[in-house]
Ligand binder design. Sequence first.
Ligand code: ZN
Length: 175
Amino acid sequence: MGSRGSTTMKPSGARFLAKVIPMMVMLVVLAILAVPFHEAAHQLVGNTLSGTQGYVIFTWAGGMYYQYPGTPLQDFLTRIAGGLFQALLFGILWALSAWQARYSKWELDTCAIFGMLTVGYFVYAWFDGLGVWIDYGALIGIVAAITVCGVLYGRKLLSWIFELNGLTANKSDIT
Ligand SMILES: [Zn+2]
């Protein structure tokens, strides 16, 4: 193999992958790690409202909460609690990273990741809560997450990832 003739520049493909792959992996891993919190919120609210002991089953694909039927309002509150609790947890992390981003531009991708998880679970919670379109609800949540965070962070993220307008590898170059 011949020399690339450069000692300072890495291939831009490597920089692109180094930016995109960690974001994707963190997004997916955080979404998986949050599943027990989702089911725990269903169980806590369901058990509290109904006074009976529901139970959670975990699978490799996620989890399910089982509960005896209550009133329609009890069922709705129990069902919506899972996604809303996840949105609350990620919303706190989103607010903290956005706060830090005011003084450190290194929080840009973290803000986008927490923002997408917050918006996605908040939207999904309503489909879960109402018990309608649950599969589509997940998809609509993902679309909403990408849309909201695309508006908030898209231009800066794309400038950083694709090194537009002469921007180099550092987020600190983006103002
Ligand atoms: Zn649920």
